[in-house]
Design a protein around this ligand. Structure first.
Ligand SMILES: Nc1nc2c(ncn2[C@@H]2O[C@H](COP(=O)(O)OP(=O)(O)OP(=O)(O)O)[C@@H](O)[C@H]2O)c(=O)[nH]1
Ligand SMILES: [Mg+2]
Length: 467
């Protein structure tokens, strides 16, 4: 899903990154391609129009922030806009205190209602430690009741049914049983039709009026693209639902429905179905979806990984030291150690926005990182805390101990001192010093490369091309 869109955005970002200055014209040109890709992904034309307009306005109107290049700013704008057209969304379900909570699930025939009811029951049982109960209120299709009963049995969730009663009576019966046995929420699996018709809407409206569900969810099939959006609009007009559950996102849907539903109906996607299996169901996160579409890499998981590795106290101390500019080689050694705990450098950088697809442009030299670590390890604690005491003889000793040339020890010390100098300036409020210390160039989007990572030299040919 979204592959073409992601690729188009990626090539748009690459193009504008190569430009020394961004003009309204080159932003507009790039956005033309993005517009096509959105339409191709089956996004509603009105959503596309508004989206492009907002991005263009913001991108052209945005003041260039010092130290952030325009390309970075545009990526951020696109990402935020993609997120904004799908969110915000609150997936929590308020559980009633005065009786069972009732959730009504409706949608067109075959959209996945029955499967979704069972998935939702399982999800709620896990997340809220409650005891959901299903109500077979689809009395239209004889086999529907059997289907729900079989699925409910599989995961041990009770199903209330009555082959001689109507939907309202069954829903009432389920609520009564839930109240009696202390179960809930009650999930109503309603009947669908091939197309929206007034009879179906009337039935659903009546069910809503009599049973008064706490939440109504519309199940929409992502594979049907804009049809799903159009029917969602109709449902909302006559029934007013609270949120959408978008199913079959695992298929080869182009994703247009996901990007259009909120903008067209005003109601967010709350959950998504990602497969036929009962556990293929999860809350919808617009920010994560935007990360995926805009190709920002899995920043979230990087942060989580880093959080695991860095003890909170360590992080606090480090921050304090950075602030007071008393960061020494001992801290540097700890940092190297943390990087190691987080995985290999390549794996780590793979999580970073933009670098993901450009890893092949960078030479990874885990070797050099090992060498740096060996040099720092070869120092005494006193030398690490106060590198200024390292003279020629100490340098020689460290070089021999770490199996490298004294020149390398010198180089590392020089770079470290330079870095500390910059940090001192920054801590005194001179942020420009940090910017000036960064190497210029295309990759500045990801900041200066860490030690151990070298940029590949540009060949004469590619230099000439860039000119
Ligand atoms: N791949 C995939 N298939 C799904 C998903 N959700 C449901 N299905 C399948 O879609 C088909 C229809 O699902 P149902 O749950 O019976 O749909 P329904 O809306 O209850 O259908 P009716 O009761 O006939 O209106 C089944 O084969 C499901 O296995 C999903 O998220 N991914
Ligand atoms: Mg069904």
């Amino acid at each position: 899903m979204f592959e073409t869109l992601t690729n188009t955005l990626d090539s748009f970002f690459s193009k504008i990154r190569g430009r020394p200055r961004l003009t309204e014209k080159n932003i507009q040109d790039g956005l033309k391609e993005v517009r096509l890709a959105l339409l191709e992904a089956d996004v509603h034309y009105r959503v596309v129009k508004d989206f492009i307009q907002r991005v263009a306005e913001k991108a052209c109107g945005e003041e260039v922030i010092r130290g952030v290049n325009p390309a970075q700013q545009i990526v951020k704008i696109v990402h935020d806009e993609v997120e904004a057209i799908m969110g915000p969304v609150d997936t929590t379900i308020e559980m009633r205190q005065d009786g069972p909570t009732v959730l009504m699930v409706c949608g067109l025939q075959g959209s996945g209602k029955t499967t979704t009811c069972v998935k939702l029951a399982l999800y709620l049982r896990k997340t809220y430690s409650c005891s959901p109960i299903l109500a077979a209120t689809d009395v239209r299709r004889p086999a529907a009741v059997d289907q729900l009963e079989i699925l409910g049995k599989e995961i041990d969730i009770p199903v209330v049914s009555d082959r001689n009663a109507d939907a309202i009576m069954i829903a009432m019966k389920a609520r009564f049983e839930a109240a009696d046995k202390g179960l809930g929420p009650v999930i109503l699996d309603t009947a669908g039709r091939l197309h929206i018709d007034e009879e179906m809407m009337e039935e659903l409206r009546e069910l809503k009026a009599r049973v008064k569900p706490d939440q109504i969810y519309l199940v929409a099939d992502a594979m049907t693209g804009q049809d799903a959006v159009a029917s969602a609009q109709e449902f909302n007009r006559s029934l007013e639902f609270d949120g959408v559950i978008l199913t079959k996102l695992d298929g080869d849907a182009r994703g247009g429905a996901a990007l259009s539903i909120k903008a067209v109906t005003g109601k967010p996607i709350k959950f998504v179905g990602l497969g036929e299996k009962i556990d293929k169901f999860e809350p919808f996160y617009p920010d994560r979806m935007a990360d995926r579409i805009v190709g920002m890499g899995d920043v979230r998981s990087l942060v989580e990984k880093a959080q695991e590795a860095i003890e909170e106290e360590d992080a606090r101390l480090l921050e304090e030291k950075l602030r007071r500019a008393t960061f020494d080689l001992e801290d540097f050694r700890k940092q190297l150690h943390m990087i190691r705990k987080m995985g290999s450098l390549q794996e780590l950088l793979g999580h970073l926005p933009f670098l993901g697809s450009r890893l092949d442009q960078i030479d990874f030299d885990e070797h050099e990182l090992n060498r740096v670590e060996a040099i720092v390890n070869g120092m005494t604690q006193q030398e690490r805390t106060n590198p200024d005491i390292i003279g020629a003889s100490r340098r020689q000793r460290i070089a021999v101990g770490s199996g490298c040339d004294p020149v390398m020890v010198n180089q590392l010390l020089k770079q470290f001192k330079q870095m500390r100098k910059v940090m001192r300036k920054v801590s005194k409020g001179d942020v420009a010093a940090l910017m000036e210390s960064m190497p210029p160039g295309l990759d500045d989007i990801a900041g200066p490369p860490p030690r151990g990572v070298r940029r590949k030299r540009k060949t004469r040919k590619s230099k000439r091309k860039r000119k």
